[in-house]
Design a protein around this ligand. Sequence first.
Ligand code: ZN
Length: 340
Amino acid sequence: MLKTTITGSLPKPSWLAQPEKLWAPWASDDPAQLQEAKHDAVRLAILDQEQAGIDIVTDGEQSRQHFVHGILEKIEGIDFEKKTRIGIRDDRYDADCPTVVSALKRSGSIHGDEVKFARAQTDRDLKFTMPGPMTIVDTLADEYYGDRPKMAMAFAEILNEEAKELVAAGVDALQFDEPAFNVYLDAVPTWGVEALNRAVDGLDCTTAVHICYGYGIEANLQWKATLGDVWDQYAAILPALAGSDIEQVSLEFAGSRVPMEVIKLLDGKKDVLVGAIDVTTLTAESPEEVAAVIRNAMEYTSPERIFPCTNCGMVPLPREVSQGKLRALGAGAALVRAEL
Ligand code: ZN
């Protein structure tokens, strides 16, 4: 009960990539050296989680440069040389995005080796994260499909093929990251959930979706400042997710203005990964603060449904801050567990 997990990413060591930076360049361009550094970083990421008492661990996303573009590098139909500057997340910020130029195709395994390596490093449950179809579509320029739902379904099929391979390689949980769900509210009940259902079709593992208000970067902080006293995005989309095939929903609560009662919209049908760690602050929460968020969530769903988690990825944070937050998460959950 109250098994802890993290959203996915952790900071990268400076010998792997430039710290505290999104899309950080790798420290080495020698392939063998880079591979060795990634492996060492994964071992440390898992060790940090184990020592902090995190029950369901990830590889810390140490092997990818960015949570969306990591997977795209191995999909046919995307031209990485052809970068187009587009406004993403409804023009919240501009990014130089690769361009879809022909039909999308998964030509081979994408994350298989990463999962096999991570699986061999831990006996704990292993979660692996991939971007969800809507978020992928929103982080790419398109010169081929001309239709977002159609392109999302093409990605959903690719994600599903990949996910089946990763389950066979030993992942216990697969999570699709869909920050775009919080932006395109009207599209979630229609093609957003449809694409997500396609991505998890027939998967023999726990399935999750993560929906958040983003990293603590400047563009997100400015966006959050415009959202008013009550952030009601989740209230608009959770009813659709309650009826989806996804088993777990990862939501942000710590330090946010999301009312905890939105959990009720999942109708007791889904597990809730309760964000109890704020990724926009540079100080670690106390275990008692984490415990308070968990206790609050327990007013709206049963403890069996609650998985204490981080609000979002911690990749942009200083390493020691992230380590402190991991320890607070593990200790805070342990406090509440002891009370039950
Ligand atoms: Zn997030």
